[in-house]
Design a binder for this molecule. Structure first.
Ligand SMILES: [Zn+2]
Length: 371
């Protein structure tokens, strides 16, 4: 059974018992009701509709889809006759991704057979959109990050913010189109919004006194995993090593959503790895310290000096000392695999060097003897 809470005279929140504590809401006005998100399972959405019609004696005039994810929109078809409102991107994604997702879901579970996607009739591309009905104003604000099409819904008169999946006890940037950078910006916007109550996309309602700490904790979590994944890429470690990076290591507190949290965390870090691998440059590889690698340049040095003509040397700009070392470090492994001199020449050079060493050793021995 869906949990129903009354947040103010005219605002109620419904929390799913069946899927990850996903939330939906209703705002009552003398001219009808506005529903915010519609839960994923038919029985729970029917409970919601029945409550609005029988207990509250209202009729649903508008349905707001906060974003295209199945757990927020699969119940929309149950409110036939209401106008559906969403961001234009949401309408596009509903038509493509959510439709495909529904097809897959219907193959797996026959009880989803009746579900169909309802495309929004009222869409907008602006950063804010005001929906007014019966003296209530709902301010829809574009809040990308969790998904690109997400909007939060502020019930202006009641100061209740339906933050949808921008605020979850564990922030989620997973899936195609999610962006950590955008989510950080959207969470900052939430911190700056003055509200009495905040309804998360999943989990408990957050009260005024706890909103800032809670949202700031989520921002810190995102910054922590961002730094960890960047370090992983810089050190050229594989994506698989992220499996050892557990949620407990991030200091995110008060995580609800039961056993899903660890999975969501893993999805986050994996998605982040894929997003950042193109932009994060790994540390330069360290030069090899094996004796062979050290010995070779020593041999090559005098030869290279002999070979390079003064004209060629002059044509090259003189590198700065620091740059020269860096260059040598990077170039070294390549030079190793491609000998500059022929074997014969190297042997000659080595012989010369050994001869020189032996000569000096003899000299030293002689000096010792004469003492
Ligand atoms: Zn979502």
């Amino acid at each position: 059974m869906t949990k129903i809470e009354r947040l103010s005279d005219n605002v109620y929140v419904f929390t799913s018992d069946r899927y990850a504590q996903v939330t939906a809401g209703v705002v009552l006005t003398p001219d009808g009701a506005i529903v915010i998100d519609t839960l994923p399972y038919e029985d729970e959405t029917r409970d919601m509709r029945e409550f609005i019609e029988r207990k509250l004696g209202s009729v649903v005039r508008y349905v707001v889809n906060t974003h295209h994810h199945a757990d927020h929109v699969f119940g929309t078809w149950i409110f036939g006759g209401a106008h559906v409102v969403a961001h234009a991107l949401c309408a596009e994604l509903l038509h493509t991704r959510t439709r495909e997702g529904l097809k897959r879901a219907q193959q797996d579970s026959p009880d989803m057979a009746k579900v169909h996607i309802v495309l929004p009739q009222v869409t907008f591309r602006t950063s804010q959109f005001r929906l007014t009905l019966g003296g209530k104003t709902l301010i829809l604000t574009h809040s990308p990050g969790h998904s690109p099409d997400l909007v939060t819904v502020l019930v202006n008169e009641d100061r209740v913010l339906f933050a949808s999946d921008t605020v979850m006890s564990i922030p989620v940037i997973a899936g195609t189109g999610g962006s950590l950078k955008n989510l950080l910006g959207s969470l900052q916007d939430v911190v700056l919004t003055d509200v009495e109550m905040l309804v998360q996309g999943h989990g408990d309602v957050i009260l005024r006194g706890e909103i800032r700490d809670s949202v700031r904790g989520q921002i810190r979590y995102l910054q922590t995993i961002d730094a960890h994944v960047r370090r992983t890429l810089k050190r050229r470690l594989s994506k698989e090593t992220l499996a050892n990076y557990l949620l407990a290591a991030t200091n995110l507190v008060k995580v609800q959503m039961g056993g899903l949290a660890e999975n969501l965390h893993q999805t986050n870090v994996n998605a982040l790895y894929d997003q950042l691998r193109r932009s994060v440059r790994p540390y330069p590889s360290t030069p090899r310290t094996r004796p062979a690698a050290v010995a070779k340049p020593r041999v090559r040095k005098p030869l290279a000096a002999k070979r390079s003509s003064p004209v060629r040397k002059a044509a090259r700009p003189a590198p700065k000392p620091a740059a020269r070392t860096a260059k040598r470090k990077l170039v070294q492994p390549k030079a190793k695999s491609k000998p500059v001199k022929s074997k014969k020449e190297l042997r000659k050079a080595e012989k010369k060097l050994t001869h020189k060493r032996e000569k000096s050793a003899r000299k030293a021995a002689k000096a010792k003897k004469s003492k």
